[in-house]
Design a protein around this ligand. Structure first.
Ligand SMILES: NC(=O)c1ccc[n+]([C@@H]2O[C@H](COP(=O)([O-])OP(=O)(O)OC[C@H]3O[C@@H](n4cnc5c(N)ncnc54)[C@H](O)[C@@H]3O)[C@@H](O)[C@H]2O)c1
Length: 328
């Protein structure tokens, strides 16, 4: 199956991720049809967020074009029928199966059978989601991160019924959008990065809940160890760089002692049940005044642009290193 890429992409769900992905696509010359059934998102929230992100991209030198030059390529609508001009429709609605199922039904009622649908789900199995579609073979995971417009990250995930050759075409197209995508050839819950990150989160809770370190100590250690090198290279390259035999020796004794807890840790359970959501409402693992929360958000945004500059520079240096094998 040859994909009919006409550069018009639908996005359904205009929350944090839908707006962020729309910005990334606009910056890379795509046309976007942005669908939300919620009028406040169409009138203000999403358009304001996308305009703001494009303004910051201009200020930070990620583009030379003004927001208006990009914004002529996006249309906002509550009518799913407007998706019929798209070759690809990305679902970015809340992480809730009932909502996602209802949205697939509405999308499929308006598009032809060869149009691809992707989900930005964080951790729902693609093989399960695609079985809620009339045409499961057209369905893939396309997992972005935030902010999508400064990060080269993208996971393209095949479900049991998604043809790998179509996944490969999506991978090639995403590369043209400026991404450095990963193709997950066989579906697995959490895909790649979330599986790795959640293994880390589990151990972080284990250390804090059992009194080995405070939350701030764990954060500091992660930031100054993995946080320093992970944007330069991945785990396997790092073991090569620093001598894999040392890792081999440590694994035998350390793996049996790492947490394999299967329940949600009490520490996060208590905060979530008391309605804590972190920076967005000031109550999380740390507490934030509104001014502090604003500063954290601004500083994170700033950091993601600086990081993007540095990692783009190093991605180029790395691509100049000759490679022998196992590079795919
Ligand atoms: N937040 C992240 O960092 C992140 C990262 C990667 C993936 N994701 C995934 O992306 C998806 C969206 O997450 P988000 O963070 O943007 O959430 P969000 O709450 O900011 O946005 C969800 C959007 O879905 C819309 N929505 C709810 N019900 C709907 C319906 N019936 N029809 C159409 N739209 C509906 C809401 O109006 C809202 O705009 C989730 O599957 C999430 O797991 C999130």
């Amino acid at each position: 199956m040859e994909l009919k890429n006409n550069s018009t992409i639908g996005i359904v769900g205009l929350g944090l991720m839908g707006a962020s992905i729309a910005t990334a696509l606009l910056l890379n010359g795509q046309k976007v049809v942005a669908v939300s059934p919620i009028v406040s998102y169409l009138d203000k929230t999403a358009p304001d967020r996308i305009r703001h992100s494009l303004e910051v991209c201009l200020q930070e030198g990620l583009t030379k074009k003004t927001p208006d030059e990009f914004l002529k390529n996006i249309s906002y609508t509550s009518d799913y029928a407007d998706l019929k001009k798209c070759w690809l429709v990305m679902e970015c609605v809340s992480e809730n199966l009932a909502i996602k199922k209802g949205v697939y039904e509405k999308i499929e009622a308006c598009i032809s059978d060869e149009v691809i649908i992707t989900s930005n789900t964080s951790a729902m199995p693609i093989s399960m989601l695609q079985n809620h579609c009339k045409v499961p073979e057209r369905f893939f995971g396309m997992h972005w991160d935030e902010p999508s417009y400064t990060s080269p990250f993208l996971e393209i995930v095949c479900g049991e019924k998604s043809p790998i050759e179509v996944g490969e075409q999506l991978h090639a197209i995403a590369t043209q959008w400026g991404k450095e995508p990963t193709l997950v050839r066989k579906d697995i819950r959490g895909f790649i990065t979330n599986r790795i990150m959640y293994a880390m989160y589990r151990e972080a809770f284990n250390l804090v809940e059992n009194g080995y370190a405070t939350i701030a100590d764990v954060d500091r250690a992660c930031k100054n160890d993995g946080g320093r090198w992970m944007s330069f290279c991945g785990l396997f390259r790092y073991m090569d760089l620093t001598g894999l035999k040392a890792y081999h020796a440590v694994m035998k004794d350390l793996f049996p002692e790492l947490s394999n807890q299967t329940t949600v840790p009490k520490l996060i359970d208590d905060i979530a049940k008391a309605d804590g959501n972190g920076v967005s409402n000031g109550k999380g693992f740390y507490d934030y005044t509104p001014e502090e929360a604003k500063k954290w958000k601004e500083t994170f945004e700033r950091f993601s642009f600086d990081m993007n500059r540095l990692s783009t520079d190093y991605a180029k240096r790395i691509s100049d290193i000759p490679s022998k094998k196992n590079q795919a």
